[in-house]
Design a protein around this ligand. Structure first.
Ligand SMILES: Cc1ncc(C[n+]2csc(CCOP(=O)(O)OP(=O)(O)O)c2C)c(N)n1
Length: 340
């Protein structure tokens, strides 16, 4: 799956790092849940290439993002496995909740109504829409599964209170006292997966149980778990599938760009790329005479800020919204504390 994703994007260009980070998660979700009856909703859906490979579109993947080809995002008209069309971020929890409510109201749907599962990144989770959805989900108490795919990366490294909070959740310190309670949760694991259960037990030792922000909002919280380890993903997903009654959040830790050295090494973990050479990772950028929008905006902003120290730049939960590398700011003597 990973090799195929790299090979495809090397020919088509597109979103690379996010898809590579969810290869195991994608396989595990499709192994445990019954799509398209169960609705798997990918937030933004720039990470959906592995999902498309697995859901009948492998032979058309090299038409991605081309005229009459496959969309680079999930698209309802393209496949019954894409129950929700996206591209804008932070909509997946609301969408999944909508499916859950429709199911519970006996709604009709060609593919049926099973579980609703939203997969949302830590960057997308910081947006207001995601919180609006959690507010609603925690109140309605419907069975709903949210997977927080936490790779400590957005388009660029994220900043903000939620990002720091998530880091603290798996830094361990504040949750040490809950370890004993977490061990008891092993008894919930399904019988046939002895090896999985043993590994899960190890994992549960390090889990945070109780008192998370998500629990305060009415979700059960499971995690954090290693999103690249099938022996953790499968038993946890199966347990949730068997036992969940209300909204539940599974906190999965992954690496953006996982398994492809040039993406792992890139500052943005290979978020998006032009066509590239698979061996070297070198991108074949089409030469353009036109400057980029962000470049023009950033240059102008920095020029203005050099003359006026009251200018503040406000960015979307990322440090370098001007399109410039943060080091450029120091050359231009723009006070970095003003980049918020
Ligand atoms: C409303 C909106 N704002 C901004 C974007 C641009 N965007 C695309 S992907 C992305 C980052 C998503 O980060 P995260 O949710 O952590 O997912 P990851 O790529 O790390 O898997 C952003 C900001 C968007 N798609 N929609």
């Amino acid at each position: 799956m990973r090799a195929e994703t790299i090979s495809i994007v090397s020919e088509t260009g597109g979103h690379l790092g996010a898809g590579l980070g969810v290869v195991e998660l994608t396989v595990a979700l499709h192994a445990v849940f019954d799509a398209p009856r169960d609705k798997i909703i990918w937030d933004v859906s720039h990470q959906c290439y592995p999902h498309k490979i697995l859901t009948g579109r492998r032979d058309r993947m090299r038409t991605l993002r081309q005229k009459d080809g496959l969309s680079g995002f999930t698209k309802r008209s393209e496949s019954p496995y894409d129950p929700f069309g996206a591209a804008h971020s932070s909509t997946s929890i609301s969408a999944a909740l909508g499916f859950a409510v429709a199911r519970d109201l006996g709604g009709l749907c060609d593919t049926g109504h099973g579980d609703a599962i939203a997969v949302i990144g830590d960057g997308a989770m910081s947006a207001g829409m995601a919180f609006e959805a959690m507010n609603n989900a925690g109140h309605l108490k419907r069975r709903l599964i949210v997977i927080l795919n936490d790779n400590e990366m957005s388009i660029a490294p994220p900043v903000g209170a939620l990002s720091s909070y998530l880091s603290r959740l798996y830094a361990g310190e504040p949750f040490q006292e809950f370890k004993a309670a977490a061990k008891g949760a092993v008894s919930l694991l399904p019988e046939p997966f002895q090896e999985g259960a043993r590994k899960a037990k190890e994992m549960l030792k390090g889990m945070a149980v109780g008192g998370t922000l998500f629990e305060e909002l009415g979700f059960s919280y499971v995690g954090p778990i290693d999103g690249h380890d099938m022996a953790q993903l499968l038993p946890v997903l199966r347990t949730v599938q068997h036992r969940a009654t209300g909204p539940i959040l599974i906190h999965v830790l992954t690496k953006k760009g996982k398994g492809y050295a040039p993406a792992e090494a890139a500052r943005d973990k290979g978020h998006a790329t032009a066509k590239f050479d698979m061996v070297t990772g070198k991108q074949q950028k089409t030469p353009s005479n036109a400057p980029s929008y962000t470049g023009v905006f950033g240059d102008e902003l920095v020029k203005l800020a050099a003359r006026d120290d009251k200018i503040c730049a406000v960015t979307a939960a990322m440090p370098d919204g001007t399109g410039l590398d943060p080091v450029s700011y120091t050359h231009l003597t723009l006070p970095t504390k003003r980049i918020v």
